[in-house]
Design a protein. Structure first.
Length: 637
């Protein structure tokens, strides 16, 4: 493959009063740094501070991200795979649509219903503990990041049940389900009969609940609305007969499992046959069922088309996927705040992330998630995130831990998926080898009638794999958390999709990139202000400084959250500047701005000159930097 780049760079010099101002500017906006090079040869860039010249080569510059104008000639660009023996469904994959410019925008992620309004007594909690669903009943609702999830879907490969990232294959495993959701891994498979007859639904509801829903307003076929369960069983009755507790527990568990685990749920209703799982309150492998539903939901969205159009809605355990991404990558991850992060770790870990996300309301753009995944470094993925939590392993039975590495079948009724830990051995602290002979996924035609005899044969095969789960453990040489070996990458880069989004150029791309970076670092500034506000024994008055920074940052953040289309040069010039400064700037520098770029300031020998490369000389971050830094210094004093 050959990739030719032609770069059009506009040099721009900023003069700052002193080195402290330089450090302050770069700490707030680190992307205001020497440019990232796409040239294969070293590109010298200098930063002059008190007469000292520092140089970087292209390898170090590749780790920095500064927007610039770039045009790419893509006649010979091949995103892969070169060998389609593994990713054999590439032609119908969502990444092919994105590459060809036919993307459908961010997915609509259906949030799981909230069950906080249910009243549960001690007897009901006892029954819930018998099923192994006590931890799942404790988790809380978090805001879904639609852009981040869409970016992950574009890299999900149903052929291998893994994400194909620059760092290698990675996936959500049984270990992640156990730690993030607190679901039991071992137990009976989530299996049973399914039915499509309303009469069968009536019989099941009458037997297990003692009440039958109205077929006209409470049901859709054999699917029952969650509102019907909440209205009839959500509140504690005045008299509390023991059999009523049993029925109310069944109703609660139906809504809990159907809403948090099953991908077939629409967020408002679910199939009635799930009720039969709670006939005797037995412990099932809810973790395996949860993972099977996540895999199936990702597969349907990344491959399936509905009436010739791409699927735009995804359901299932999406909170599990989002927390998995937060635990291992920085894309979309909230800025660390002392008040939110330095708290006791709660189990399941979704509760810990619920606390961390209390003040985080940032939605990732699909384009930004895609771009960051495309340029993610090979060592930017955290293979072993749970080692950072002390005593977290105490919540997991030691006898269950080997099952995290089992090459088994994940069963949830007729949703059956392969669990492939041999493809992600680094996630278990093992050295990754080239995976063994590739096994295709199980058939995903669970809604197609195939005959009872064949169905029973398939059921026997799946159950046989699950029953032998302890005999299918992946073992290997102990490894580290660093990147894969060269031998692995040589194989991997031939069978994977190297890139999802086409390299492109243009003002809008750079503007979106700048806005996302500003949003990220303004949140960091606000977090720093919150930390400074907690300091004791202040030697200086922080109050004015904190109020000033908060006001400036909030104004800038509001500007960035606005829609950038259409955008004008005047609008770009005015971002982040108040009305008085605009009038002053136009009066003092109106002649200089008339169709000309700002002139370079001559170095006085006392200040700090930074030769920078910027895609737009009227960028709001670079206009009037001397004045802004002086204002900040004045507030600090």
């Amino acid at each position: 493959m050959s990739l030719q780049h032609s770069i059009n760079l506009i040099p721009l010099t900023i003069s700052l009063p002193n080195a402290n101002a330089l450090r302050l500017l770069l700490s707030f906006f680190p992307f205001l740094s020497p440019p990232r090079s796409c040239s294969p040869s070293p590109v010298p860039c200098s930063l002059r501070d008190s007469g000292q010249i520092r140089r970087w080569n292209s390898r170090r510059l590749l780790q920095r991200h500064l927007p610039f104008e770039i045009s790419v000639k893509m006649e010979n660009l091949q995103p892969g795979p070169l060998d389609n023996s593994v990713l054999y469904d590439q032609d119908s994959h969502i990444s092919e649509r994105v590459w060809n410019g036919r993307e459908a925008g961010p997915l609509r992620c259906i949030p799981t219903p909230n069950h906080d309004s249910w009243e549960i007594n001690d007897h009901m909690w006892e029954l819930i503990r018998q099923t192994g669903l006590e931890q799942l009943a404790k988790i809380k609702k978090i805001e879904l990041d639609h852009g981040l999830i869409t970016g992950l879907v574009e890299r999900w490969r149903p052929e291998t049940n893994t994400f194909h990232l620059n760092s290698g294959e990675a996936t959500v495993t049984l270990e992640d389900v156990a730690y993030i959701y607190g679901l039991p891994i071992d137990g009976l498979p989530v299996n049973g009969r399914t039915f499509s007859s309303p009469s069968a639904m009536v019989t099941v509801c009458d037997e297990l609940l003692g009440v039958v829903p109205d077929m006209n307003c409470d049901c859709y076929g054999v699917q029952i609305k969650f509102t019907w369960f909440r209205d009839n069983f959500g509140q504690m009755p005045k008299s509390q007969p023991r059999d009523q507790d049993v029925r109310r527990t069944r109703a609660f568990l139906f809504c809990l499992v159907a809403g948090q685990i099953f991908w077939t749920s629409s967020g408002t209703k679910a199939p009635a046959y799930i009720l039969e799982l709670f006939r005797r309150f037995e412990k099932h492998s809810w973790g395996a069922a949860c993972l099977a539903n996540l895999y199936r939901g990702l597969a349907k969205v990344s491959l399936c088309q509905k009436k010739g159009k791409p699927v735009k809605t995804i359901t299932g355990p999406l909170k599990l996927l989002q927390v998995w991404a937060y635990s291992r990558m920085t894309i979309g991850k909230p800025i660390r705040r002392r008040a939110d992060w330095e708290t006791d770790v709660e189990f399941p870990l979704l509760l810990t992330w619920y606390n961390r996300l209390q003040s985080h309301h940032f939605q990732t753009r699909v384009e930004e998630a895609r771009r960051q995944l495309d340029i993610m470094e090979v060592d930017a993925f955290n293979w072993l995130p749970y080692r950072d939590y002390e005593n977290i392993s105490e919540y997991i039975d030691d006898l269950v831990v080997p099952l995290f590495r089992s090459n088994t079948a994940l069963i949830s009724f007729w949703v059956v998926e392969r669990h492939c830990p041999e493809r992600v051995m680094k996630q278990f602290g093992l050295k990754q080898i080239v995976p063994p002979r590739f096994l295709k996924p199980f058939p995903r035609n669970e809604m197609v009638p195939i005959g009872e005899n064949k169905r029973e044969k398939l059921r026997a095969i799946y159950l046989g794999l699950w029953n032998k789960r302890m005999d299918a453990i992946t073992y290997g040489e102990e490894g580290d958390a660093g990147p894969h070996t060269d031998a692995y990458f040589q194989w991997y880069r031939g069978i994977t999709r190297l890139r999802i989004g086409r390299p492109t150029s243009g003002h809008n791309l750079n503007l979106n990139f700048v806005s996302s970076q500003i949003l990220k670092w303004t949140e960091k500034i606000l977090a720093s202000c919150g930390d400074a506000d907690q300091l004791e024994g202040k030697s200086i008055d922080f109050s004015n400084f904190i109020d000033f920074v908060r006001a400036e940052v909030n104004q800038l953040k509001d500007m960035c959250l606005a829609d950038f289309e259409p955008v004008t040069s005047e609008a770009v010039d005015n971002v982040g500047l108040d009305e008085s400064s605009l009038k002053r700037d136009k009066g003092e520098q109106g002649k200089e701005r008339a169709g000309k770029a700002p002139k370079k300031r001559k170095s006085t020998g006392k200040g700090t000159d930074i030769p920078l490369t910027q895609f737009n000389p009227s960028s709001p971050m670079l206009s009037q930097p001397h004045q802004k830094i002086q204002t900040l210094n004045g507030k600090i004093k």
